[in-house]
Design a protein around this ligand. Sequence first.
Ligand code: HAM
Length: 425
Amino acid sequence: MGNNAHFEPPRGMRDFYPEAVAARNALFDAWTQSSRLFGFSQYDACVVESLELLKRKRGDEIVEQIYAFKDKSNRDLALRPEMTPTLARLIAARQGQLAFPLKWFAIAQCFRYERMSRGRKREHYQWNLDVVGETALAAEVEVLACAAHALRELGLGSGDYKIHINSRALLADLLTHSGVAPAFHPATFLALDKRGKQEDADTLRALKAAALDDNAIAAVFRIMGLQSLEEVRQLFGGEQPALTALQTLFQLLAEYGLGDIAWFDIGIVRGLDYYTGIVFEAFDAERQFRAIFGGGRYDNLLSDLGGAPMTAVGLGFGDVVIAELLAEKGRLVAQQTKLDYAIGYMDDSQRSAALRLAQAIRRTGQSVDVALHAEKPKQFFARAGKGAFQKAIYVGPDDVARGTVRIKNLDERTEEERSLTELLG
Ligand code: HAM
């Protein structure tokens, strides 16, 4: 590159100019407020993790997408693609001291080398809500209700999105019941997770690659055609524990006022291999976008990462899809708040008065942008009048001599004269 090199962020990475940070903060505020209202405590952790922690099983798509590198001491490190292994690491390290069940949340920047598409970047912020150490289905309801609350705060209700719910335990039982042995389940789940995004022929190819025979593949497609819990019951020929759990979950969700948002959807499998129980994803009602959030119950991650066995349930809710959805609905939350005051002055002999005034106003908790150099009134008011300030004070030689300043209210176009000594307190 020559001297005129023009740099852009690496593909898939984002810059945040002030308006974008304002929009992002509004989203983070909705996430944080909802977490607090539901009693979740915030945690955080390092973005760089050891590659070993994140790798888990081969074949898991997220492992293929990891940004990995070696540090100068040849350690294998990586940028986290998700927060859940890190959460498990934190909990395993203090499992003896922590009080369970615990409810934790985080807003974590995550990195995945993904094929870019609408709603998918190579870096995103993800709100994580997890309940650790609670077997009751109330834990699932809690994280779902908290996410629904945040969506309502952002202006989205039951007409705008649906939470699609399934159970990996149910899927496993259906597969076994239909003659597909448990050894084939993990590969089958991974093949099925991509089903919504690809042709049936591709799913067929993936199932064949997972060594399923023709009968097993036919069974898988039959199961994927199930439309309701009643059809599931008929296939089993009666009640069954994973089915009962799902029915109970829907009852609990209805009691929480979420009955009209939650649907049974046999097609929800999830792409991460650690889920063992209930799994869910939220989609916009028209299904134009990828998942708004996704999660479920995972029973073995803590023990897989060196902790004592402990169940957990949680979800991840990214900043990209929700921003696109809100923009489409015209409910963008971006709002830059105005500063309280702009203060300008005519020449350097008024600078000290202007600066003291700025300090006094800031001590009252109001924001002030004070001029960085002397300027003519015309320039100052042109600058201050562009909409970024509520009030403006211009200090000239006469004002200092008289000991007063005029405070212009820029919105109301009114003016008030105040004593400098009084303002300076
Ligand atoms: P996930 O489904 O891989 O789950 O991601 C959760 C959410 O993060 C997605 O629904 C989406 O909003 C957002 N997301 C993921 N990848 C991208 C991307 N490349 N660009 C933009 N947004 C993205 C997990 O990560 C689990 N760890 C969630 C979890 C927490 N399960 C239990 N606890």
